[in-house]
Ligand binder design. Structure first.
Ligand code: SF4
Ligand code: SF4
Length: 313
């Protein structure tokens, strides 16, 4: 059996071989110091219609409640940026992350492959894989693992790689020491994301008011979009990438190496007319297997009509 620090190197090498862009390790502990702020944030109504955020707060703050005997969080980042076109200018836009196959399936499956390999090499190990699929503070574990910092746009920023990543975790009952130091926040005096956000959703300290964020309004919010956002959604029909697009740390972004996550040309090439001609069954057929299905046909139709209304005013 290799030494513990060698195990970390071998796991990282395997993760990169599977297509992940970065991998880090942190000790599983209760994040009790984050509890007051999180509960305060909830009590101010910031979760909006995301009722799931108020459930399982204790689990969210303690990975030991997700895996018995949890000792290590392996954090994984899978890049999804590519140079392929992601939209036709002037037409409704879909956030980059949603133009390919659903990351829940793709990234989780790679995480399971890694966990299986760990079990073969160093097991038996009890572990579970998550990607945006359980109450777990993904970015905070990445930060603790020394992978990067949480920028003023709320994203994990990895030095020399940017922020276009899906995050995943393996919570494991094997002890693997972290080799990295926490990366200091390098946003400095930059405020580009705050100034570029069309709805004023960013608070400036890495937190945001999700109820103002276009991603929330176009995906999570099921009721109508308030009128005062008219003209502020730009062309976004599903999600929003503005605060990542303007970030200087994304000038030379890490490129996606997982083919299933690349944008499907049929989606990147959609124009207003294509959206106008959709119906519930053609919507499901076209977006089958992508995260866009999450909004549902009624959600996409509502968003499209909201954008069209702006154009006709
Ligand atoms: S995703 Fe868009 S709306 Fe949301 S904070 Fe970023 S720039 Fe603002
Ligand atoms: S745009 Fe500037 S302030 Fe915003 S996350 Fe990037 S570096 Fe930080």
């Amino acid at each position: 059996m290799p030494e513990l620090y060698e195990i970390a190197t071998l796991i990282e090498r395997k993760a990169l071989g599977l297509g992940f862009s970065a991998c880090g390790f942190s000790t599983s502990v209760q994040l009790t110091e984050l509890e007051p702020d999180f509960r305060n944030w909830l009590s101010m109504g910031n979760a909006g219609e995301m009722n799931y955020l108020a459930r399982n707060v204790e689990i969210r703050l303690d990975p030991g409640k997700l895996v018995d005997g949890a000792k290590t969080i392996i954090s994984l980042a899978a890049g999804y940026y590519s140079d392929l076109p992601d939209h036709i200018p002037g037409n409704p836009r879909i956030s980059r992350y949603a133009l390919g196959d659903d990351y829940h399936r793709v990234v989780k499956s790679l995480g399971h492959e890694l966990l299986g390999w760990i079990n073969n090499e160093f097991g038996p190990a009890n572990g579970r894989v998550f990607t945006d699929s359980a109450p777990i503070l993904e970015r905070e574990w990445c930060r603790r693992a020394g992978m990067g910092w949480i920028g003023k746009n709320g994203c994990l920023i990895i030095p020399q790689q940017g922020s276009w990543f899906f995050l995943a975790e393996i919570v494991l009952d094997i002890e693997i020491p972290s080799r990295e130091k926490v990366v200091q926040n390098r946003c400095g005096n930059c405020t580009r994301c705050i100034e570029a956000c069309p709805t004023g959703a960013l608070n400036g300290d890495g937190s945001m008011n999700p109820l103002k964020c276009i991603s929330y309004l176009t995906i999570e919010q099921k009721s109508h979009i308030p009128d005062h956002f008219s003209g502020k959604l730009h062309d976004w029909i599903f999600g929003c990438d503005i605060c990542q697009e303007v970030c200087p740390w994304n000038k030379y972004p890490e490129k996606c190496t997982i083919s299933e996550l690349l944008p499907r040309s049929a989606l990147a090439e959609m124009d207003s007319e294509s959206f106008r001609n959709l119906n519930s069954s053609s919507f499901v057929k076209l977006f089958d297997g992508t995260p866009v299905l999450r909004a549902g046909w009624s959600g996409i139709l509502r968003n499209f009509e909201f954008l069209e209304r702006k154009d006709s005013e």
